[in-house]
Design a protein around this ligand. Structure first.
Ligand code: ATP
Ligand code: ZN
Length: 302
């Protein structure tokens, strides 16, 4: 644990991360951002020729889509919703005096129709469903978004607002499982170029509660989620820097994603945790990018 705190402190001292007063909510320096930008270009180098359709959603999504996604059923502890003041002049006076007196002024805040995006791919499924049937050759999408998860931590790789770059594939079972395997191979190759030690392991999502344990076991039994792990601040507990998820036809059924022959689309997504990958690079090669190994610098900056 001490080691973790000290990595965070070193990141603050170097200015790479900037404290905001909230655990897991950090500013990033130009240098930190440059590493992420370079890594994203590396992703393009590996995946660009696949011809994915690039779409960028804002870090908030429609509440109606969020509700339908089932996120509150599975991960209520991680969700964030946007609330706002919706009152009149009288309510405003009440709000101001409440704040003045140091009382809880947030009770009167009302839910807006925006939820914070929990994973980059969440807004995509309803968007694609609205377009109509997916070609038999499948659909491939390139996404990036800030995501929110309410999991405050002093462990620098567990942030509350962080970016996920994702590729999402929709098509037949064969098509999307090939896609997932291709990215597992590419992920390993990319991290090797970056001089990072990796391991791929079976994983599960952090489903809430007792019932959640069953869902997690089921996900593991069926090999639905894999993670690419890199030791960042602990060798015993390496950090998930990429995940490879096969949803079978669950999202296809939920959102009405159909292929041109009328069958329900299978879907899979691969996600890069951009802050985690940058942190893995800093933890392994040092906080000064100028002294990183030449091969790593070349992989990132050419
Ligand atoms: P974990 O098991 O570490 O909580 P997860 O399984 O919930 O992660 P995914 O939902 O698969 O993560 O998210 C995709 C990727 O986003 C992860 O592989 C990781 O790299 C990154 N990520 C997830 N949660 C965080 C976080 N709190 N801070 C930074 N990056 C994260
Ligand atoms: Zn996804």
């Amino acid at each position: 644990m001490d080691m973790q705190v000290s990595l965070l402190d070193r990141l603050f001292d170097s200015g790479l991360l900037i404290e905001t007063g909230v655990d897991g909510l950090y500013g990033r320096s130009g240098q930190f951002e440059d590493v992420i930008a370079a890594f994203e270009r590396m992703i393009d180098r590996f995946g660009g020729a696949d011809g994915a359709e690039a779409i960028r959603f804002p870090p908030g999504m429609a509440m109606s889509y969020f509700e339908k996604s089932g996120y509150m059923k599975s991960f209520p502890q991680l969700a964030g919703t946007v609330h706002s003041f919706c009152g009149n002049d009288h309510d405003h006076m009440g709000l101001l005096s409440c704040m003045e007196e140091g009382k809880d002024w947030t009770k009167e805040q009302k839910a807006t129709n925006i939820a914070l995006t929990p994973a980059a791919c969440y807004p995509l499924y309803p968007t694609v469903a609205k377009r109509g049937p997916i070609a038999m050759t499948g659909g491939l999408y390139d996404l990036q978004s800030y995501c929110f998860r309410h999991e405050p931590s002093r462990e620098p790789t567990r942030q509350q607002m962080f970016r996920m770059r994702e590729y999402v594939c929709m098509g037949t079972e064969h098509h999307v499982t090939e896609f997932r395997q291709k990215w597992m191979d590419r992920g390993v190759q990319m991290m090797e170029e970056l001089g990072l030690k990796v391991e791929i392991d079976i994983a599960n999502d952090p489903f809430f509660g007792r019932a959640g344990r069953l869902l997690a076991n089921n996900q593991r039994d069926q090999n639905l989620k894999f993670e690419l792990l890199i030791p960042v601040n602990s060798n015993a507990n390496p950090t998930a820097c990429m995940s490879f998820n096969y949803h079978q036809d669950a999202f296809g059924t939920k959102w009405g994603l159909n292929l041109e022959d009328g069958s329900v689309a299978h879907t899979a997504c691969v996600g890069f945790g951009l802050e985690r990958i940058a942190l893995a690079l800093f933890a392994h090669h040092g906080l000064d990018v100028k002294v990183w190994p030449d091969a790593v610098r070349t992989a990132l900056w050419g």
